[in-house]
Write a protein that binds this ligand. Structure first.
Ligand code: 59V
Length: 492
C-alpha cells in the first residue's frame, strides 16, 4: 500500500526548498508511484506557511531575521496522512467492489467520501487546492476535490483511477482501458454538480469546457505536476511569496526534465510565467517555453487548447511586442472557433472579452498616441496586423455560430469599430480576405453526431437553434463587419 515508507521519512524535517525538491525527486523517480497524499499535504503545508497570515510586510519580517521557509516536521505530515488514510479506508469497504478495475459506483463512493467532508463555506478562495487545506480546514476548490478523489483512490490501491483535465474543469478516467469517465466535482457557480455521471453527453456539446474530447489524461507523475501547477504563491492581490514561487518553479523544472510536462501545456504555461518573473540561469526564455506548450497542444491535442496562445499573447503584450501578441490572439481564436459556446464556458469567454475590449483597444490607442516610435506606429499601416484582428473576430463569430448561447453583444461592436477605425483606410483596402478552402469551418467544427455528415447537414444548418452572425469568410471585410455590427445593434 502507498503508505509512509522509511525512505520517505528520511527527508524530514524539511528545512528548505532543496529538501522539498529532493523528496519530490525521489518520489517521482520511483520505483513506486509517487504518493499523491504525502506530496499534497507537504506542499500544502509549505504554501500555507508561506502565504497565509503573512501580515508583516516582507521587509520588516526580514529585519526581524525571522526564518521564512517553514520547517515541515514528519509528525505534522504523518498525522495528517494518517487522518486521510483513516477517513478513506474507514469509509470505503473494498470487499463490496469485486472487479479488478474500478467501477462507476466505486468512483462515486470515493467522490462522496471527499464531498461529504467539505464545509459549506464558499470555495473560490485561494489555497484550497491541496489535501492540507482539506484535512485542516475541510475546504477544497473544484480542482482540489477532483485531485482529492484521485489521491484517495491511490490509497485504496485503485491504480486505474486517474485525473482528467481540461482548461477549466477536472474529472476522472477509470476502467480496463482507462476510457470510462466520471464527474467527481462541481463546476463554476450555480451549476448543479453532475458527480457520478459520465462526461460523454457534455463532450457531445462540443464545448470548450470539455475540450471536445481532448483532455489531459494524467499518470501519477502528471498528477504530481497538476498538484505543483495548482500551487498558489499569492499572499494577497498584490503580493506573491517569492519562496513559494521559487519552489513551484524548481519543482516544475524537475517534472519538465523528467518528461512529465510533455503532454501538459498549461503546466508549461505556468512555468513560462514563473520564468518571466524570475529567470532561472541556463534555462530557456519564456517565449521558448510558451512555444513548447503550443507545439504540445498541436501534436497531442489536435490544437484544441486556447491557453497556450493566450499565455504567449499575454507575455508579448507585456513586452509591448504588439504585432506578435495580436497574431497569438488570432491563433487562440482559430482554436475556439472549433467549439460551440455553452453557458459553462464563461472562463474562456472572459479571456476573449478582455483581449477584444481591453487589450487590443489599449494597443491601438497606445500606438496612435505614441507617434514617435516608428515601429509601433506602423502597426496601424500593417495589413497583416489588420488581417489578424479580423481573423481574431472571425473566430469568435464562428464560435458563436451554431451555439446555444450568444457570445457577442453590442459592447463588442463598439470596441471592434473603435479598433478597426484606427487603421489607415489604405491599409484596410490592402488585405484580401480570400475564402480559405481547407479551413472551411464546417469540417473544423467536428460534429460528433455522425448523422449530420451523412445527411450532409453542415454545422451551421445543424445549429438551427444556435445564434446566427455573419462569418467574415465570404464577404469583403468592411461589408462583413457592417453586417456583424448591424446584427448586434438590432439586438440592442
Ligand atoms: F482542473 C481545473 F479545473 F482547475 C482546470 C485546470 C486549470 C489548470 C491550470 N491553470 C488554468 C489556466 N491558467 C492560466 N493562467 N494564465 C492563463 C493565460 F490566460 F495567460 F493563458 S491560463 C492558470 C493555470 N494550470 C494547470 N493545470 C490546470 S487544470
Amino acid at each position: 500500500m502507498a503508505g509512509f515508507r522509511d525512505r520517505d521519512k528520511r527527508h524530514f524535517p524539511l528545512t528548505d526548498s532543496g529538501s522539498v525538491v529532493a523528496l519530490f525527486r525521489e518520489q517521482i523517480e520511483g520505483p513506486n508511484d509517487p504518493n499523491l497524499a504525502l506530496l499534497s499535504i507537504t506542499l500544502g503545508c509549505i504554501e500555507n506557511a508561506l502565504t497565509m497570515n503573512r501580515a508583516i510586510p516582507a521587509a520588516e519580517e526580514a529585519a526581524l531575521l525571522r526564518p521564512i521557509f517553514p520547517v515541515v516536521d514528519l509528525e505534522t505530515v504523518e498525522a495528517l496522512y494518517a487522518k486521510f488514510e483513516t477517513l478513506v479506508r474507514g469509509s470505503v469497504d473494498l470487499t463490496e467492489y469485486k472487479s479488478t478495475f474500478s467501477s462507476r459506483e466505486l468512483v462515486k463512493k470515493i467522490s462522496d467520501v471527499v464531498w461529504s467532508s467539505l464545509s459549506r463555506s464558499f470555495k473560490d478562495k485561494a489555497h484550497l487546492q491541496s489535501l492540507y487545506s482539506f484535512l485542516t480546514g475541510n475546504k477544497l476548490d473544484c480542482f482540489g476535490v477532483a485531485f482529492g478523489v484521485v489521491a484517495a483512490a491511490q490509497i485504496l490501491g485503485c491504480d486505474d483511477i486517474h485525473l482528467a483535465l481540461s482548461e477549466d474543469h477536472a474529472w476522472v478516467v477509470f476502467g480496463e482501458d482507462g476510457t470510462d469517465t466520471a464527474e467527481v466535482t462541481w463546476h463554476g457557480k450555480g451549476n448543479e454538480d453532475k458527480r457520478g455521471q459520465s462526461i460523454a453527453l457534455s463532450v457531445a456539446e462540443k464545448s470548450w469546457l470539455y475540450f471536445n474530447g481532448q483532455p489531459v489524461i494524467c499518470t501519477r507523475a502528471t498528477e504530481v505536476a497538476a498538484m505543483v501547477s495548482a500551487a498558489n504563491p499569492s499572499i494577497n492581490l498584490t503580493m506573491d511569496s517569492i519562496e513559494m514561487g521559487a519552489l513551484q518553479q524548481e519543482l516544475l523544472w524537475l517534472l519538465h526534465d523528467k518528461g512529465h510536462l510533455s503532454r501538459y501545456p498549461m503546466a508549461l504555461g505556468n512555468l513560462g510565467d514563473l520564468e518571466e518573473i524570475s529567470p532561472t540561469p541556463g534555462r530557456p526564455p519564456p517565449l521558448q517555453i510558451f512555444q513548447e506548450a503550443i507545439s504540445v497542444a498541436i501534436k497531442h491535442y489536435n490544437n484544441h487548447h486556447v491557453y497556450p496562445y493566450t499565455y504567449m499573447g499575454g507575455y508579448l503584450y507585456r513586452k509591448r511586442r504588439y504585432k506578435e501578441a495580436i497574431k497569438c490572439w488570432a491563433e487562440a481564436s482559430n482554436v475556439i472557433r472549433k467549439f460551440n459556446y455553452t453557458r459553462e464556458d464563461e472562463e474562456i469567454y472572459k479571456e476573449f472579452l478582455e483581449i477584444a475590449n481591453e487589450l487590443i483597444p489599449n494597443i491601438v490607442k497606445a500606438v496612435s498616441l505614441n507617434t514617435t516610435d516608428r515601429v509601433q506606429m506602423n502597426i496601424l499601416y500593417n495589413p497583416e496586423v489588420y488581417a489578424d484582428i479580423l481573423r481574431f473576430y472571425d473566430g469568435i463569430c464562428e464560435w458563436e455560430e451554431g451555439s446555444s448561447t450568444p457570445v457577442l453583444h453590442v459592447g463588442w461592436a463598439q470596441h471592434l469599430t473603435f479598433s478597426l477605425n484606427k487603421f489607415d483606410p489604405r491599409t484596410r483596402a490592402k488585405i484580401d480576405v480570400a475564402k480559405d478552402e481547407d479551413s472551411d469551418s464546417d469540417s473544423d467544427k467536428e460534429s460528433n453526431d455522425e448523422n449530420d455528415n451523412q445527411n450532409g447537414k453542415s454545422q451551421k444548418e445543424k445549429g438551427e437553434s444556435g445564434v446566427k452572425t455573419g462569418s467574415l469568410k465570404n464577404k469583403d471585410p468592411k461589408e462583413a463587419l457592417s453586417v456583424v455590427v448591424e446584427d448586434l445593434k438590432k439586438e440592442e
